[in-house]
Design a protein around this ligand. Structure first.
Ligand code: ADP
Ligand code: ASP
Ligand code: MG
Length: 443
């Protein structure tokens, strides 16, 4: 069984949906995970914001505008009037459901239900299209198997058991269509795997179904060596190890959700990143067997806060670091980078939710300094077998940029550098020119 995930742009219009249908229909059984059509989740977020503000007339106008967009998709997607009628009835149900939220107080639970409508709509419309084309397919409701626990971690045992149960109901089926992104939480409520979470759905499903391969189909020909939204002349990387891909996803390569590599790695399932606009391109293969030996890529993660705790008296004392880490643990705030010196320890976090509480507890240990608007630049590759002075090339490229922290040796795959976000574009551009050997480029 293969898992194929198609992102927002890949199902972003009637034309794109038709292209996806022809890509997936080759007789082999597969689970197809779809995102919401591009722009939909953003529109639903905006609807939720206006509902929070009790701006019901604006919310109704936004819901109407989205409904109109979908009516147009229905016109273009189906041939028969019968299917158009069925699809329009489906739209009416979903948009009446959304409109009902304009009558009452809006809560976080309702926000999640609103956000789920995008994937529910794209999959239902796509399934109707496959039916019209007489393609053998079944719509699998993700809400009946995808679940997170009280720590917002996937409940793998439940997912596996429920998914198998659902699949067994329809033996002999070629295509199973399901929603990315959405899930139930520990209370059984509708929830989600955070923005970009359909990639994560695909790898959780792949792991649960013991898939032979997970394919992430998107709008670019694989993982590039640098952020193509910021830097010109980037190129796709043919092979990445699971660890390299995980570092890149975690440190800002938007093509993959930050958590999406781990489930595939745990089950040793290769992940392919492929381009729906250019299906013949070879894309990127992420596996345990990737070739090593060189710098592969750079990524950048914004929204980082650096915290420095200065305490000459206590730093070398046994148990000091543990006490510091316990503060972050109490507030469920993960630490990304850490460096220590004789008199201070610096670390970074990407969530400011409990920053005030964390700072006031840390003040018990010494003087605390906080720097916001920081960016982690993460250089990924094989730094153990790399013998060509890659460190030198990195530092030479960044010689005019203030480096706030440097982390090396945590894993063999990663050198991380903390800079001011205002220096990000320059840093990524300089690294692109300075550290990649274009002769060994994959493209
Ligand atoms: P989808 O909607 O298919 O999930 P995303 O927009 O989430 O697509 O991810 C694909 C986008 O990720 C690309 O269009 C590209 O702009 C962006 N991106 C950022 N960094 C990278 C990278 N290193 N390699 C490839 N794409 C990247
Ligand atoms: N539709 C969701 C989002 O836009 C999930 C995804 O596309 O992966 O974030
Ligand atoms: Mg995405």
């Amino acid at each position: 069984m293969k898992i194929l995930k198609f992102g927002g742009t890949s199902v972003g219009s009637a034309e794109r949906m038709k292209a996806v249908a022809s890509l997936i229909h080759n007789g082999e059984p597969k689970i197809v995970v779809l995102s919401a059509m591009s722009g939909t989740t953003n529109a639903l977020v905006q609807i939720a914001e206006t509902l929070y503000q009790n701006n019901h007339s604006e919310a109704k106008a936004l819901i109407q505008a989205l409904h109109d967009k979908y009516k147009q998709v229905v016109e273009e997607l189906y041939i028969t009037n019968d299917k158009k009628k069925q699809a329009n009835e489906l739209l009416t149900q979903h948009f009446e459901y959304l409109t009902a939220f304009t009558l009452d107080l809006f809560t976080i639970h309702e926000e999640r239900a609103v956000l789920a409508q995008g994937e529910l709509l794209s999959t239902a419309l796509f399934q109707l299209f496959l039916e019209e084309q007489s393609i053998n397919s079944v719509l699998l409701p993700a809400l009946s198997f995808m679940k997170i626990d009280e720590n917002e971690e996937p409940d793998n045992a439940y997912i596996e058991k429920q998914l198998r149960k659902e699949l067994e109901k329809y033996t002999g089926t070629e295509l199973f269509i399901t929603q990315g992104f959405i899930c139930r939480n520990a209370f059984g409520e509708i929830d989600n795997l955070k923005r970009g979470g359909s990639d994560y759905s695909a790898s959780l499903i792949g792991a649960a179904a013991d898939a032979s391969e997970i394919q992430i189909w998107t709008d670019i020909d694989g993982m590039h060596n640098n952020d193509p939204r910021i830097v010109k002349n980037t190129y796709p990387i043919a092979e990445l190890s699971f660890d390299e891909a995980a570092e890149l996803a975690y440190f800002g390569a938007k093509i993959l959700h930050p958590s999406s590599v781990l489930p595939a790695k745990q089950k040793n399932i290769p992940v392919k990143l492929l381009n729906t606009m250019q299906p013949e391109a070879k894309g990127t293969t992420i596996s345990a067997e990737a070739e090593g030996g060189r710098i592969k890529a750079v990524a950048a993660k914004d929204g980082i806060t650096a915290i420095k705790i200065k305490s000459g008296r206590m730093l070398l004392a046994y148990g000091f670091l543990r006490s510091v880490f316990e503060v972050f643990e109490r507030y469920k705030t993960p630490i990304d980078m850490i460096t220590t010196s004789e008199v201070a320890v610096s670390l970074t976090i990407d969530s400011d939710k409990y920053l005030n509480e964390i700072i006031s507890e840390l003040k018990e240990f010494g003087q605390v300094e906080v720097d916001r608007d920081q960016t982690i630049i993460c250089v990924v590759g094989d730094f153990i077998s790399e013998r060509s002075g890659s460190g030198l090339a990195i530092f030479e490229s960044l010689q005019h940029i203030a480096l706030r922290m440097i982390s090396y040796g945590g894993s063999k795959n990663n050198i991380s550098l903390l800079i001011n976000t205002t220096d990000k574009v320059e840093a990524l551009t300089k690294l692109n020119d300075g550290i990649f050997d274009r002769n060994s480029a994959d493209a």
